[in-house]
Design a binder for this molecule. Structure first.
Ligand code: MG
Length: 469
């Protein structure tokens, strides 16, 4: 179901009917902490050896998801989807953005910060923005009162640290970033306790190049990557401590996740694939949410949810108006508060650039296309391309989370059902997506197409670079 104003109002009024959100009740503060390239298996509570005691505690005080999907397998598109509730291909961010890019998240999109600011929230963004470097695309032009951080990835040049629209350090000292981000977050919470406030904290790490402060180097027993993750866990602990010290635990929804799967290091757990891949390892993320008194403690859910669900969920909790453009996410508050075991989603689509590669309907995931090289090895001569698979592959994600056993031959009706759903959805996407999909359909129907996987002459120059994301 695509979320429109009309059906949103029905679900929002249901949520607002709860005594917790009744008239006169203070709107909840929203804190969203996002890691960069943290794998599904990189937290202790998701099976890692890296010590992450603060996130362990946050999970035991709230809910932990085992089936939470990003909307893309690389950095910028994933963030675009989080902040708009819409597929990145709809909002002008189908690929990773670079310092030289003149654009960013489409100016006519409403961000979560825009929506909350209109509700009287103080808004702060701390960390890696990655949705456009020109001043009209920076956080301070997209609904945030204040910004402190690096406007794109830490492997890009020039590596500038900014406060609002001013460069304050170049190159940014990487080993100090997590501590300085944390300092600004605690300061913002202390200054905003009169609320309501929205703190969006997209960390720079564990995206490479890795760097940890001296007090965390060599501490985790899991290499520098582990040290970096342990420092982020410390940072989460400091944010939670500041909330508690200001007596805000009962009035603040805190969420934690990552933008995409692990790249060269890091663990996707038992999932197949890494960053840049539309296998689950590139897409599925840790997701933990905590709100004392509103989210049951210690719950683990296998319900399917998407990064695009955060916008409508927050909107329903804060009484925010939905943008005029339809959202792709749905309100998952009934999952968070334990009221429901699942919520209905339309088919979840997995893109790489403009190319549709997979579609998921409940436990079934259909692979339609794939690229010719993973993003952690040098690209082959001619560059990275999206290839149409000779036959779609169907995986039962519940029974086979590492996508090892193709069930398409035994389930032609499921394949047909997902393909029909895709054909129904594609016309709602921008021209580039429609053209890419039409080209795939044409090749499938062409009897001269050779057997085996074949390359589609995709606009690869518009696709993310394999070694600079
Ligand atoms: Mg990333």
């Amino acid at each position: 179901m695509i979320l429109t104003r009309r059906n949103f109002l029905a679900s929002a009024s249901a949520a607002l009917a709860s005594p917790a959100f009744g008239a006169g009740t203070r709107k909840p503060n929203i804190v969203f902490i996002l890691c960069d390239d943290l794998g599904y298996g990189d937290l202790h509570t998701y099976g890692s050896q890296i010590p992450t005691p603060n996130l362990d505690r946050m999970a035991s005080d709230g809910i932990r998801f085992t089936n939470f999907c990003s909307a893309d397998c690389v950095c910028s598109p994933s963030r675009a989807a989080l902040l708009t509730g819409r597929y990145p291909t709809r909002v002008g961010v189908p690929r990773v953005l670079f310092p030289k890019d003149k654009g960013g998240l489409n100016r006519d999109e409403t961000t979560m910060a825009d929506m909350l600011k209109a509700q009287g929230y103080k808004t702060m963004c701390i960390g890696k923005w990655h949705l456009g470097r020109p001043v009209e695309y920076l956080p301070t032009s997209r609904g945030f009162d204040e910004y402190f951080g690096i406007p794109y990835s830490n492997d890009m040049t020039p590596r500038v640290l900014m406060h609002n629209t001013a460069v304050i350090e170049e190159p940014a000292k990487l080993e100090t970033l997590t501590a300085r981000y944390t300092e600004h977050a605690v300061r913002f919470i202390n200054e905003s306790k009169g609320g309501p406030f929205f703190l969006y904290m997209p960390h720079t790490f564990p995206h490479i190049p890795l760097a940890a402060s001296e007090r965390f180097r060599g501490k985790s027993g899991q290499g520098l990557y582990g040290d970096v993750v342990e420092e982020i866990d410390w940072s989460v602990g400091e944010v939670l401590r500041a909330l508690k010290a200001n007596n805000l635990d009962g009035n603040t929804l805190v969420m934690f996740s990552s933008d995409n799967g692990p790249w060269y290091q890091g663990s996707p757990g038992r999932l197949r694939g890494r960053k840049g891949s539309t296998y689950e390892g590139g897409i599925r993320e840790p997701f933990i949410a905590r709100w004392n008194g509103h989210i049951p403690k210690g719950k683990v859910t296998g319900a399917l949810a998407s990064m695009m669900d955060i916008f409508p969920t927050v909107a329903s909790l804060c009484g925010g108006a939905l943008p005029s453009k339809p959202l792709d996410g749905v309100n998952i508050w009934p999952l968070l508060n334990g009221e429901k075991a699942s919520v209905e989603h339309s088919a979840l689509l997995y893109f790489y650039g403009w190319d549709l590669q997979c579609a998921r309907l409940d436990k079934w995931k259909l692979h339609i296309a794939r690229h010719n090289s993973p993003t952690y090895v040098p690209p082959p001569p001619g560059g990275q391309h999206s290839y149409l698979l000779p036959h779609p592959e169907l995986y039962n994600i519940d029974d086979d989370p590492d996508e090892s056993y193709d069930m398409a031959p035994e389930n032609p009706q499921i394949v047909a059902q997902i393909e029909a759903k895709v054909r129904e959805l594609i016309p709602s996407f921008p021209r580039e997506v429609q053209e890419a999909y039409a080209d795939e359909e044409m090749r499938k129907a062409d009897p001269s197409t050779p057997a085996g996987a074949w390359p589609r002459p995709a606009k690869v120059s518009e696709a993310p670079s394999a070694h600079h994301e």
